[in-house]
Write a protein that binds this ligand. Structure first.
Ligand code: NDP
Ligand code: MG
Length: 382
């Protein structure tokens, strides 16, 4: 029996992770869960999975939560620090981090400090502080397993050879809802249109990131850190059907792809069961029924976020944290209908250009850059 903590259990990846655990109940026990404010869903999860302890960041919902779980002997922690306390104090083999945004960074670091295995969906943590996280994981002997579908695909495809035989990776992108939309009309797209992702059901932030292709920008930086790649070894290709989740090209010309119908349950389960595989509760892939898989070169003029991602990956330093923070603020402003869709990448670009670049940032530099980028982006909104 393995003990699992699921952070961000009330979100899209979090609930899929619980579905995976429900299917593998004989092998995995949920010992901890965390949510930000959705106490009602957290209560349902406590009643079903009976974790030893949970974290609810927004403490004002504590009474409501307690009333919903009267019979359970669960320890409930609240406040910002409660996620790290849960990680430090619960005995777990693996922690799935499905918190959205920069809020996931302290949690990722805490998991590594405690030497637990980190199954990471929260790509923003690596984008912000990959230069700190990766060496720390190595030093502490903590394993980081990718949950992001593209990175899980690369991780699985890399198992076909040795690391020093990898020539390049190709990250696939669905292209989002505006793949075939004319560039000139992108500034007029609505929030509702941007939230309609063609192939994946996800949380709002990553759905907007997928529409701007900022998600792919974040994934380029994530891949660089996770697999220790040079930016020149990372390509992106648009693949609207989302059947091939990414590819690895080896030095002999062999290209290994990982495929399957789009479902986050597959990469989540692989991170849980690695290095083994278990029966999955997913639909079979019927290639004849699909008939066609299509591929397109990404258009960086139409989707400037992608270009920003490549540049930030290449330059390194504080560019990643700045890109991420400015994007979080800009996406929130778009969700609140304060800016146009095309303003998101423009704002991010502007703040990256303006910020005080540090080549090899420590944690303090990273937090300062994050703070600066948030304030500066908000200033640009006024
Ligand atoms: P959701 O918005 O659906 O869920 C986010 C989760 O994080 C919720 O449980 C939420 O709690 C919690 N949360 C939000 N803010 C905070 C905070 N300040 N402190 C602690 N917890 C917080 O996001 P997704 O599940 O879509 O995405 C989660 C992460 O996984 C992101 O980094 C995303 O990029 C990545 N990812 C997602 C994929 C997907 O298919 N959705 C695919 C690949 C990667 P509450 O519900 O209470 O607000
Ligand atoms: Mg992805």
């Amino acid at each position: 029996m393995k003990n699992v903590i699921i952070l961000g259990s009330t979100g899209s990846v979090g609930t899929s992770a619980l579905e995976v655990v429900r299917n593998l109940r004989h092998q995995y026990k949920v010992v901890g869960l965390s949510a930000n404010s959705r106490w009602d869903l957290l209560a349902e999860q406590i009643n079903e999975f009976e974790p030893k302890s949970v974290s609810l960041v927004e403490g004002k919902w504590l009474d409501d939560l307690q009333k919903k779980v009267p019979e359970k002997s669960v320890r409930i922690r609240t406040g910002k620090e409660s996620v790290c306390e849960l990680i430090a104090q619960e005995d777990a083999d693996i922690v799935i981090s499905a918190i959205v945004g920069a809020a996931g960074l302290p949690a990722a670091i805490e998991v590594i400090k405690t030497g637990k295995t980190l199954a990471l969906a929260n790509k923003e943590a690596l984008v912000m502080a990959g230069n700190i996280i990766m060496p720390m994981a190595k030093e502490r002997g903590a394993q980081i397993l990718p949950v992001d579908s593209e990175h899980s695909a690369i991780f699985q495809a890399m198992m076909a050879g040795n690391r020093n035989e990898v020539k390049r990776v190709v990250i696939t992108a669905s292209g989002g809802p505006f793949c075939n939309h004319p560039k000139e009309k992108l500034s007029q797209v609505t929030l509702e249109e941007a939230l309609k992702h063609p192939t994946w059901q996800m949380g709002q932030k990553i759905t907007i990131d997928s529409a701007t292709l900022m998600n792919k920008a974040l994934e380029i930086i994530e891949a660089k850190w996770l697999f220790n790649l040079d930016t020149t070894q990372i390509d992106v290709i648009i693949h609207p059907e989302s059947i091939i989740h990414s590819l690895v090209e080896f030095c002999d010309g062999s290209v290994i792809a990982q495929m399957g119908l789009p479902s986050m349950k597959v990469p989540i389960q692989f991170a849980l069961t690695y290095p083994h595989r278990e029966n999955g509760n997913v639909q079979n892939l019927d290639l004849a029924k699909l008939a066609n898989l299509t591929f397109l070169q990404p258009d960086m003029d139409k989707f400037p976020a992608l270009k920003l991602g490549y540049e930030a990956a290449k330059e390194g330093g504080t560019n990643g944290v700045t890109l991420n923070a400015a994007n979080e603020v800009a996406v929130q402003a778009f969700l609140e209908r304060k800016i146009k869709f095309t303003d998101i990448a423009k704002l991010v670009d502007k703040v990256i250009q303006k910020h005080n670049f540090v080549q090899d940032p420590d944690m303090k530099d990273i937090m300062l850059a994050d703070d600066y980028a948030r304030k500066e982006t908000k200033k640009c909104l006024l």
